[in-house]
Design a protein around this ligand. Structure first.
Ligand code: SAH
Ligand code: DHB
Ligand code: MG
Length: 224
């Protein structure tokens, strides 16, 4: 089995199951034209985030790592009219492109793009009354994932869903000796997840247009 097969199958299901959405396509094009890295979630993963939002009747979302707002738009499209999505982004250029993509998608009234390093913006959210969030999507700088997961717990309630992207890194996650800070961060996060009594979790490997990676899904199950 090869990458070509993974790509063909990803494209097959994307063509069949992921409805064409001009605003999402425009967001991808504008992000690429602005030179943003091609590291947004795949269309099928975007649709999964969208379905989880609907399935879990999510009204409030926290996203860490906006990029051009591709995943943001997918989730915002699943929110009810009184929903809220707060997305944290450190890079001013990414935030600017995201705001424009989000506006084009017609979901600006639901989304707040907060500029700044997440480790500085996260501690302010509780005091603002923004938390608890029904769903939290962690997809920013990988070495900080354990800290973000700690904040996600702090900003959630029993029943909240926490999704963490990029937990497999082409399989490097199982390399105990890895000196890659992203891999070390994900291994530290996995250990936290394993020993955290307040969540019930799983992790799923994915292949396709975005290579070989995966995500973790945790349900906050007891009172914090
Ligand atoms: N969720 C997006 C992809 C995010 S890529 C999607 O699927 O469409 C990761 C993003 O995290 C990048 O835009 C990067 O600038 C941002 N980022 C990196 N370090 C950060 C930090 N310390 N705080 C907030 N955002 C950060
Ligand atoms: C990277 C970040 C991502 O969020 C992703 O989905 C893939 C790669 C990265 O920083 O390399
Ligand atoms: Mg990612």
């Amino acid at each position: 089995m090869t990458n070509d097969t993974w790509n063909a199958v990803d494209r097959y299901f994307t063509d069949l199951l992921v409805q064409a959405d001009p605003a999402l396509e425009a967001a991808m094009e504008a992000s690429e034209a602005a030179g943003l890295p091609g590291i947004s979630v795949s269309p099928c993963m975007g649709k999964l985030l969208h379905l989880l939002t609907r399935m879990h009747r999510v009204r409030t979302i926290l996203e860490i790592g906006t990029l051009g707002g591709y995943s943001t738009i997918w989730m915002a499209r699943a929110l009810p009219a009184d929903g809220r999505l707060l997305t944290l982004e450190a890079d001013p250029k990414h935030a600017e492109i995201a705001r424009s993509n989000i506006a084009r998608a017609g979901v600006s009234h639901l989304v707040d793009v907060r500029l700044g390093p997440a480790i500085e913006t996260l501690p302010r959210l509780e005091g603002e009354g923004a938390s608890p969030f029904d769903m939290i999507f962690i997809d920013a700088d990988k070495p900080s994932t354990p800290e973000y997961f700690g904040w996600a717990l702090q900003l959630s309630r029993p029943g909240s869903l926490i999704i963490v992207d990029n937990v497999v890194r082409s399989g490097a996650i199982v390399d105990q000796t890895s000196r890659d800070a992203s891999v070390q961060g994900m291994r530290r996060f996995a250990a936290m997840l394993a020993s955290e009594p307040r969540v019930s979790a799983t992790a799923i490997q994915t292949v396709g247009g975005k290579g070989y990676d995966g995500f973790a899904l945790a349900l906050v199950s007891s009172r914090l």
